[in-house]
Structure formats: structure tokens, C-alpha cells
Ligand binder design. Structure first.
Ligand SMILES: *Cc1c(COP(=O)(O)O)cnc(C)c1O
Length: 274
């Protein structure tokens, strides 16, 4: 039997943004096995602190900027679903690795309407839905392909103008518009926390997403599943797990530090981890 969760458990967990640049580059299958096991052990420990079942947390490795040769090593180490921020990069990798039949792709970055057709062809999951225009475009392309797509609605919990995602108060109305798009299977909410070395402020973003989800559950449109909470990345996933994450999106702690600055992946003006 598990002990009841201690409300103060994990209160001392720190962010790890300061490790950026120090994650060594994984270059062999053994490196990937080692890194995946290390991240999983930290997820398990965070679950332990919060009285959660580790089986409820999915680790989504994020392979942006990583070339197909190294992605194949990660696949050999057991990665069967990978997150990518940019559609064209993801689409090119899907084409380059079409021989890996069990490898699925999750798009976790902002999408423009005119690129919906690419997503509809190859993606299994899309975590950054924040506009009905994009939902409409995706649904039309998915119907044409005879496919469906798991989606998470992206919420801006940090209040930073530079972040994508809906304002928390706009989510209820947004969800009411989604049943019109039958090929989109809503799985939950997604957020990027504030990039801050202050774990209290980071944790507040994760708590805000969970509270929003809990409040919305009362009157979710029929057939919609809001259980999922995609939150946490290399610098803050342990805090996210303590606060209820069901998906953590981890890149650098598995693949190694990225050469490209994070400003390449977030809107201009967004401050990256320090
Ligand atoms: C890159 C990225 C991540 C992972 O970030 P790491 O620092 O590599 O763990 C998570 N979520 C989104 C949306 C990303 O673009």
C-alpha cells in the first residue's frame, strides 16, 4: 500500500535549468539506455514523493535538432515515440525513418494553418492546439487522410506575452468548439512553465494547469478526455511530476545539450533557460 501523499512532499525540489549545456551528448545505444534510465529513476522518485503511480507518467523524449543517425540509436534503446517542435523537421525525419514501423511522432510546437496538411499525414499526437482555425484545418486534412490525431490544448500558465497557448480563462469556451472536429481526440492540456531558477514560480504554473483541468472536468463536452497533463522538460520535469504531470517532454537530459539556442524554438523575446 502507498502512503498518503504528504502535502509538503517535494517542496524542496529544485529546477535543473542550470544543467543546460552540461548534459553530455548521447552517442551510443548504451548512452541512451543510461540517460533514459536516469530520467525514469527521477520520475519514479518524484512519483514516490507525491504518492503517485509511475505508470501514470509517460516520458516523451524530444529529438529536435537530433539527426536521424542518432535518433536510430535512441530507437534501438527503446524510444518508440518522439517529440518534435517544428513540423517540417519532424516530417523530414518521419520520411527518413519510415522503415522503423513502430516509431511514432508527437508534434509539440506551434502550428500554422498552412502546415496542417503535413501533420495530418504523419503525426500521431499534437500537443500545441490553441486555435480553432488550426483545429479546422487539421480536421479537414485528417478526414481526407482517413486518420485521427490525439491532441492536447496548450495553455499559457506563465502569463508571458511571448508564450503560445490560450489564456486559462479562454480554455472552457475553446473546448466547446472542438467536438465539431471529429478526427481530433482531445487527451488533455499542455503547458510550458516559466523559465526561472525559482522553483516556486515554476511549480505555480504546473499547479495552475492541474487546477484548470480539475475545474473543467465538471462540464467537459461528451466524449472528451481531459485527464492528460503534459508539463515538464529537462529543467523542471521532477516538479511537474510532483504536481500531476501525465506526460513529460524531455530532450536535453536524454540526447545531450542542444547547440541551437532555445530562441529558435520559442517566439522572439522569450527568455530561454539560463
Ligand atoms: C524542446 C522542447 C522541450 C524539451 O526541452 P529540453 O530542455 O530539451 O528538455 C519540451 N517542450 C517543448 C514544447 C519543446 O519545444
Amino acid at each position: 500500500m502507498q502512503d498518503p501523499p504528504d502535502p509538503a512532499a517535494g517542496a524542496g525540489t529544485q529546477t535543473r535549468h542550470d544543467l543546460h549545456g552540461e548534459y553530455p551528448r548521447a552517442a551510443t545505444v548504451e548512452d541512451f539506455c543510461h540517460n533514459l534510465a536516469a530520467v525514469q529513476a527521477r520520475i519514479d522518485a518524484a512519483c514516490q514523493r507525491a504518492g503517485r503511480d509511475p505508470g501514470q507518467v509517460r516520458l516523451l523524449p524530444v529529438s529536435k535538432t537530433v539527426d536521424p543517425a542518432r535518433i536510430r540509436l535512441a530507437h534501438a534503446a527503446g524510444c518508440t515515440m518522439l517529440g518534435e517542435n517544428k513540423v517540417q523537421e519532424a516530417f523530414a525525419k518521419w520520411e527518413a525513418m519510415a522503415d522503423l514501423a513502430d516509431l511514432r511522432w508527437s508534434l509539440i510546437g506551434h502550428l500554422q494553418t498552412n502546415k496542417a496538411r503535413y501533420v495530418a499525414r504523419f503525426a500521431h499526437e499534437f500537443q500545441a492546439l490553441d486555435s480553432l482555425r488550426v483545429a479546422e484545418a487539421l480536421d479537414r486534412r485528417l478526414q481526407a487522410e482517413g486518420r485521427s490525431l490525439d491532441v492536447f490544448v496548450q495553455v499559457n500558465t506563465s502569463g508571458e506575452a511571448s508564450k503560445y497557448g490560450l489564456a486559462p480563462e479562454a480554455v472552457a469556451g475553446f473546448l466547446r468548439g472542438l467536438p465539431a472536429f471529429a478526427s481530433l481526440k482531445v487527451r488533455g492540456l499542455m503547458t510550458l512553465a516559466l523559465f526561472s531558477p525559482d522553483p516556486t514560480r515554476v511549480r505555480e504554473c504546473f499547479i495552475a494547469l492541474r487546477n484548470l483541468r480539475d475545474g473543467l472536468r465538471q462540464d467537459t463536452p461528451a466524449g472528451m478526455d481531459l485527464d492528460g497533463l503534459s508539463m515538464g522538460m529537462s529543467g523542471d520535469y521532477e516538479i511537474a511530476v510532483e504536481e500531476g504531470a501525465t506526460v513529460v517532454r524531455v530532450g536535453q537530459a536524454i540526447f545531450g545539450a542542444r547547440a541551437l539556442p532555445d530562441s529558435h524554438y520559442w517566439p522572439a523575446g522569450a527568455t530561454g533557460p539560463t
